[in-house]
Ligand binder design. Structure first.
Ligand code: NAD
Ligand code: GLY
Length: 358
């Protein structure tokens, strides 16, 4: 088993990564303080993995909430299902919530844990590639609002992250591709060697080779843990983790949550950010071509949604969380492996970057 640490002083926690971890006794239990637990999952994941998880929790008083599946349900209404269950089963402040699922379940469970009785413990058991390499680590939790993606939420760190790499075997291909967008992101923002490794090994990841997957998951988590340890609440450097997200969130919000997968939107968003970086003379056109090639090999779209105008992009981008004093701020690339956050943005260049993805 590989263990990484997210180093945040008194809020530090381990990330466990291995095959078959869901079947290991004793690992999870040591991160549960009280006698009560509440598993939160969804109606796709429950039939696959709920029983094995419950089998480790027999000594606890265990509630279960099964949410409807999908990004379209990542909202305050659905969140209430978790609070209803916690209150009905009289969970107290020592309870531990356990997120068993992808980023949607993880973000919602984390937010419920942040808010229930002003904050209780929670554990992340991510089951998609995307959630294993990104959303389960770092403590960003929340839900969508019709006017903006992830606009309501809290920073709340888990007690531990338990990554069983075997669960990727049941993951639909499209979701695997979406996860690869966030994996490629780490290579682009801070890890040139990893980008080079991905260029060599992306085909192994596409066929779910367990050794390649375990390596990519661990490397991604290590890159993310390092950034989060430096800047837990995104006062500065953490913003680089949002490469492509301002464009991507605009697509997700405009198209309706779930129409484009988060990873698909981030994938093309990173291409738009690369085009804009080249327009500013930060990277070369050869670099852009290389980035596009890798995204394409991951079976991610390179063309923006039909009919989504520049004005629609710009309107959604104006409500991004990185906007400061009304000024758009974007993550761009100074080179492959080095991101920069800048508000030196000409709207005309943004339009040209969008045009390159039409
Ligand atoms: P998801 O949670 O919707 O999961 C994708 C689909 O795969 C769902 O249908 C799910 O039921 C299914 N699934 C999950 N695990 C499975 C498995 N092992 N086998 C079969 N099916 C499985 O999507 P996601 O890509 O995991 O997460 C996207 C969400 O994560 C977005 O809402 C995004 O905003 C959020 N996110 C958050 C952060 C953060 O830092 N908190 C970072 C990145 C993304
Ligand atoms: N996915 C962006 C972050 O965790 O900061």
């Amino acid at each position: 088993m590989h263990t990484l640490t997210v180093d945040l002083a008194e809020r530090s926690y381990p990330i466990y990564i291995d095959t078959g971890l869901l079947s290991v006794d004793g690992l999870l239990e040591k991160h549960i303080q009280g006698r009560q637990v509440c598993i939160v999952t969804n109606d796709t994941i429950a039939p696959l993995y709920l029983e094995v998880l419950q089998s480790h929790l027999r000594e606890f008083s265990c509630s279960t909430v099964v949410l409807p599946d999908g990004e379209a349900h990542k909202n305050l209404d659905t969140l209430n299902n978790i609070f209803d269950e916690l209150l009905a089963d009289r969970h107290n402040r020592t309870t531990t919530l356990i997120a068993l699922g992808g980023g949607v379940v993880g973000d919602m469970t984390g937010f419920a844990a942040a808010a229930y009785q002003r904050g209780v413990n929670f554990i992340q058991i991510p089951t998609t590639l995307l959630s294993q390499v990104d959303s389960s680590v770092g403590g960003k939790t929340g839900v969508n609002h019709p006017l903006g993606k992830n606009m309501i939420g809290a920073f709340h760190q888990p007690q531990c992250v338990l990554i069983d790499t075997d669960v990727i075997n049941t993951l639909p291909e499209k979701e695997l591709f979406a996860g690869l967008a966030e994996v490629i992101k780490y290579g682009l923002i801070c890890d040139l060697d990893f980008f080079l490794w991905l260029e060599e090994n992306i085909d192994d990841l596409l066929r779910k080779d367990p050794i390649a997957l375990a390596y990519a998951i661990e490397r991604s988590c290590a890159d993310k843990a390092k950034v989060v340890a430096e800047d837990e609440r995104e006062g500065g450097i953490r913003a680089i983790l949002n490469l492509g997200h301002t464009f991507g969130h605009a697509i997700e919000t405009e198209q309706g949550y779930g129409a484009w997968l988060h990873g698909e939107a981030v994938g093309i968003g990173m291409v738009m950010a690369a085009e804009l970086s080249a327009l500013q003379g930060r990277i070369s056109l050869e670099d852009v071509a290389r980035i596009k090639r890798l995204i394409e090999r991951a079976h991610l779209p390179l063309v923006a949604p039909n009919g989504m105008s520049d004005d629609k992009f710009l309107a959604h981008m104006a409500v991004d969380k990185k906007v400061l004093d009304g000024r758009l701020r974007l993550v761009l690339l100074d080179e492959i492996g080095k991101a920069v956050v800048t508000s030196e943005i000409e709207v005309s260049d943004v339009k040209k970057a969008l045009a390159a993805c039409r």
